[in-house]
Design a protein around this ligand. Structure first.
Ligand code: ZN
Length: 123
């Protein structure tokens, strides 16, 4: 993977990763500065890896995972009292290097806007 500014990693032709501080993990989207004729779904990207803007909003859904102290998935899922997996929602707007979490997020940063962190490590 190649660094794309301080905030992003890029791979293949148009796949872009950013580190989500709400989920404590990377999210990957297809993002192009010219989204015309791009496969769906894809996001429009301002091309700035230091202060990215993606449109429209980014909705990530899945089952909530349990992570260890290093942020690595333990292989376990968050479960409710009946032992069923708990759904997670992360819904955000990334604008000028900041991430606005909408109120339907299930994580602790719901309703907040924070700086998008620098992409961690040299992965
Ligand atoms: Zn997230």
């Amino acid at each position: 993977m190649a660094a794309l500014g301080t905030k992003l990693r890029a791979f293949e032709y148009d796949m872009v990763m950013f580190y989500c501080p709400g989920c404590d993990e990377a999210h990957t989207i297809r993002a192009r500065t010219d989204a015309v004729n791009a496969p769906r779904p894809s996001w429009t990207f301002n091309g700035n890896g230091d202060a990215p803007t993606f449109t429209p909003s980014i909705l990530v859904t899945g089952m909530q995972t349990i992570k260890d102290a290093n942020g690595e998935w333990t292989g376990e899922w968050v479960r409710d009292a009946d032992g069923k997996g708990v759904k997670g929602i992360c819904h955000s707007f990334v604008t000028d290097g900041r991430i606005q979490f909408l109120t339907d997020c299930t994580h602790a940063l719901a309703g907040q806007t924070v700086d998008l962190p620098d992409y961690p490590g040299d992965e």
